[in-house]
Write a protein of this length. Structure first.
Length: 90
């Protein structure tokens, strides 16, 4: 299984991070230990969202979709639209 996840900083509530992994539990632990340069300053993190995919390619496509420039302008709604695109329940 492959996961796309969104983390929310417990310290800075407006700070979020989206990633993908095949080992969600370990990846969250790595973020909270500061082993990721881009997320270390904002720890601790909590899991805000997770989607599960059988295909790593589909997971990567889902992860990248909200990061596209036109989706960034949509702000918080980008993830909801992404889920609709991939036929996931919102």
């Amino acid at each position: 299984m492959h996961y796309v996840y969104r983390l929310r900083s417990e310290r800075l509530l407006n700070q979020e991070y989206t990633g993908s992994t095949s080992d969600l539990k370990n990846r969250l632990r790595q973020h909270n230990l500061g082993q990721n340069i881009s997320t270390a300053p904002f720890r601790p993190w909590r899991l805000a969202f997770c989607a599960v995919f059988e295909s790593p390619a589909t997971a990567r496509a889902f992860e990248r979709y909200p990061r596209q420039p036109q989706e960034r302008r949509l702000g918080a709604n980008a993830f909801g639209q992404t889920m609709a695109k991939y036929s996931l329940a919102v």
